[in-house]
Design a protein around this ligand. Structure first.
Ligand code: URA
Length: 461
């Protein structure tokens, strides 16, 4: 038996080094005991494999798969990957062989890890705590508790650093704590859930807001559960109210009808816009110049939803006025759609970007940001009551339908929004700006125009 030791559960480099040494020794997977950290569990393990060896060439796709699988919580993963590596080298297995049970198992593990990474990004909620110095002098510090299923905290740290670079924050988990002080990322030992704050000073405002916009007549429990799996609810302030709101939804609906109560929510686009202007629940408002709300007639029959404002929209405060907007306008004109008669908005209302010198580079909004902004889009839909919505690209399609739709396969098709409004899916106009091949770009542009024509035809059927 050979003991192969690696430093941490997610230590991909350590695992790779050990594999190199093991392969040089000709060790068979069945003869290797993998250990993490200092603990020793196998009494029969006799030799230590810690020899450094020359890199081994691996087939395309293997390293990417292994990097994900290493983060899985299954203790067998190191041995399974080593087995695959040996077999690939001996050409007894091939990456891409969909029928291979070992590859399928590892692919599934990688998928679960990716899903866990995504869940952490979407469902982690920071709470504000005040540091030493009291009400006035204290420095803001944001703390979140999260329980991942796999060893993903280090892998995910770079995302949170990028996303919340200007905030001082800590993420507490049962296996590891990470702190960001706006410059350095530090690691500390595991924490208990009780170490994390359960409420912050804006929590009550958020809950009040959430319950006031919660319209019992439009409750769709399945869609809600799909968007926010129940297991993450305990970390999310808005969900503290959900069970109670669902239970009382029917009674509230009846009471509202009987008493002729108008829900306490903005009832015009102008008041809705003013409310959205004060939204602070996700951090995107911070670096952005201003809110970019939807525009167009309040009784428009057709609504267009984009992803988020770009650089020029952020400066102008209006949707689709930059380069993507120009392509959009030209395509609308060619399709015979009058933009002034349509309501044009975005899934996310603030510009998300990363500064690079003087430039502001567009960044895609994540699921959490899309979900936070969904309230505003939902209210826009409820107020405008369009007959048809056109989703421009994947972010809009996700926000509207709650589904990750592959755009190439779904374009031109009609789905249903979470409110029950038909949604015609098409590409985002900025896609046309990115196509390097002029012929392909023209083909795609004509298809985009055809999608817009089809939207127009549906209105006049
Ligand atoms: N891209 C979008 O999705 N929306 C805009 O408003 C501008 C560019």
């Amino acid at each position: 038996m050979i003991t192969a030791r690696i430093a941490a559960e997610d230590d991909f480099d350590g695992w790779r080094n050990q594999c190199r040494g093991l392969m040089r020794l000709g060790a068979r997977p069945a003869d290797v005991v993998w250990q993490v950290g200092e603990q020793r569990t196998d009494l029969f393990a006799s030799a230590e494999a810690s020899l450094e060896a020359a890199p081994i060439g691996v087939p395309k796709g293997f390293a990417e798969l292994a990097r994900s699988v290493i983060c899985h919580s299954d203790p067998e993963r190191f041995g399974l990957l080593y087995q695959l590596l040996i077999d690939l080298k001996a050409r007894q297995r091939h990456m891409g062989d969909e029928a291979d049970p070992l590859l399928r198992k590892l692919e599934m593990m990688a998928k679960n890890v990716r899903r866990d990474i995504h869940k952490m990004r979407a469902f982690l909620r920071f709470r504000r705590v005040e540091e030493e110095g009291g009400e006035t002098g204290g420095e803001e510090h944001f703390v979140a508790w999260f329980e991942p299923e796999h060893h993903i905290v280090r892998t995910n740290a770079a995302f949170f650093v990028r996303r919340f670079a200007g905030m001082k924050w800590s993420i507490l988990t049962p296996s590891l704590t990470i702190h960001w002080d706006r410059q350095t990322l530090l690691e500390a030992s595991a924490k208990l859930k009780t170490d994390a704050p359960t409420e912050d000073s804006v929590e009550d405002q958020w809950k009040t807001y959430y319950s006031s916009i919660f319209n019992p007549a439009r409750l769709k429990v399945n869609a809600m559960l799909k968007e926010m799996p129940k297991k993450y609810w305990h970390n999310m302030p808005e969900t503290a109210l959900v069970t109670e709101l669902i239970q009382s939804a029917r009674n509230r609906e009846v009471a509202m009808i009987e008493k002729d109560i108008v829900p306490m929510v903005a009832d015009t686009l102008a008041t809705l816009r003013a409310e959205a202007d004060r939204c602070r629940r996700c951090p995107l408002y911070g670096p952005a110049t201003q809110l970019v709300f939807g525009e167009g007639p309040a009784d428009a029959r057709l609504m267009f939803v984009g992803e988020q404002p770009g650089d020029q929209e952020d400066r102008a405060g209006r949707p689709f006025v930059g380069p993507a907007g120009q392509i959009f306008d030209a395509a609308l004109a060619q399709a015979g759609v009058d933009r002034t008669q349509s309501y044009v908005t975005n899934a996310v209302k603030h510009f998300k970007f990363r500064p690079e010198g003087k430039k502001r580079i567009h960044e895609r909004p994540n699921v959490s940001e899309i979900n936070h902004c969904r309230w505003w889009l939902k209210r826009e839909i409820e107020l405008v009551k369009p007959e048809l919505i056109v989703a421009l690209g994947a972010t809009a399609a996700l926000s509207l339908t709650g589904r990750s739709l592959p755009i190439t396969a779904s374009r031109g098709q009609v789905f249903e929004s979470l409110e029950g409004v038909p949604v015609l899916v098409t590409i985002h106009p900025s896609y046309l700006l990115r196509l390097p091949d002029a012929k392909a770009a023209e083909r795609e542009r004509l298809q985009f125009v055809a999608d817009l024509e089809s939207a127009q035809r549906r209105l006049y059927r």
